[in-house]
Design a protein around this ligand. Structure first.
Ligand code: NAD
Length: 329
């Protein structure tokens, strides 16, 4: 098998696990130090506001992980929970309040939103300077032009995990499954930036396996457990499994799985990211590195301020409730 691995350094005995957790742990050490220096210089921790509309199982898992990471590195993570019945106007007003709150350095709006809320209106209402997950058209435009904006953290994590694991992307046949604005599309753009030869597959692609079998690197971000099985893969392929799916564990409980059927893939792949413990932890660490940059930019330009607004629960529409879920160190 190793002959087919083309410099990935994978042992012939089995797949190499591309674990995000140790990389994220190392990043958190640096972030903890940098946020301590921020607090020292500016008097308080910056706030990351996380807006969750309605209840969504994968979102809830993801958000708990972000809040835990905030806590670990000394950031004030503020969960703003809004009922699924909220109107688009009320939701945008809540986001405007966060835009105007000088203690809030970054805002993320958890997707998916309820179907009746127009996504574009909500995204447009986020201040691009606080858009630490890179979903505002300004940041998306900067990414597509190759300029410096806030990158969507999950897409960035799917590329960073390859780079930090020493896997060469330049010149490789890279296949991305998924074309969402938050994961698949930006991941494809970033992989192109790294000089991969990128093909994007999606829900209307005919004969998925025809394309996946050609991939030297496969990034899967479809949100479909078991979508990719071992027989769809070229031996030695490097797989980044971005999917996070909550499924039954067969014993009355639930478990997290990716989009790749790990059992059938493990004997074929050269390297693969585990779920959980792969892309997810790195996503959170990158998100907080974006927050540090946003907070520093805002503080240096006089926009950020610790003070009465810091840690204050946002008022908001009747449907909204907010609680301060992190620390203010
Ligand atoms: P999405 O539903 O917005 O997009 C899914 C994409 O997959 C679409 O472009 C669709 O065309 C494609 N797709 C769906 N079914 C397909 C099929 N049968 N064949 C080919 N393509 C298909 O989802 P998203 O927000 O892009 O998220 C994708 C996955 O990544 C989800 O599982 C989500 O939970 C996960 N996610 C992980 C992290 C992380 O940190 N690891 C963060 C965000 C999202």
């Amino acid at each position: 098998m190793s002959d087919e691995l083309d410099g990935t350094g994978i042992a012939a005995s089995g797949p190499r696990l591309l674990a995000g957790s140790p990389i994220a742990a190392e990043m958190r050490v640096g972030l903890t130090r940098d946020f301590a220096a921020f607090r020292e210089r500016w008097g308080a921790a910056p706030t990351l506001a996380i807006v969750l509309v309605g209840a969504d199982a994968p979102s809830a898992v993801y958000l708990q992980q972000i809040l835990r990471t905030c806590d670990r590195v000394g950031v004030d993570g503020r969960l703003v929970e809004i009922g699924a019945g909220v109107t688009s106007d009320a939701l945008c007003e809540e986001i405007e309040r966060l835009n105007a709150d000088p203690s809030v350095a970054g805002i993320i709006v958890q997707m998916p939103l309820p179907p009746l809320i127009p996504l574009r209106t909500v995204i447009d209402s986020i201040d691009p300077a606080k858009d630490v997950d890179g979903i505002h058209p300004r940041n998306a435009g900067l990414l597509s032009l190759g300029y410096d904006g806030f990158l969507p953290a999950t897409a960035q994590a799917s590329v960073e995990i390859l780079k930090r694991s020493g896997i060469e992307i330049a010149g490789k046949r890279v296949v991305v499954i998924g074309r969402s604005n938050v994961v698949g599309k930006p991941a494809a753009l970033l992989l192109m930036r790294e000089h991969g030869t990128v093909t994007v597959l999606h829900s209307r692609t005919r004969d998925l396996a025809h394309h996946t079998r050609d991939a030297e690197i496969l990034v899967v971000a479809a949100g479909r457990p078991g979508l990719v099985t071992g027989d769809m893969l070229m031996p030695g392929v490097v797989v980044v499994d971005v999917g996070i799916n909550v499924v039954s564990d067969g014993a009355g409980g639930e478990k997290l799985v990716g989009d790749v059927d790990f059992e059938s893939a493990r004997d074929v792949v050269g390297a693969i990211t585990p779920v959980p413990g792969g892309v997810g932890p790195l996503t959170n660490a990158l998100l907080l590195s974006h927050l540090l940059r946003a907070a520093t930019d805002q503080a240096e330009s006089g926009r950020w301020a610790a003070g009465p607004a810091a840690g204050r629960l946002s008022g908001g529409p009747a449907a909204a409730s907010a609680r301060n879920a992190g620390t203010s160190r």
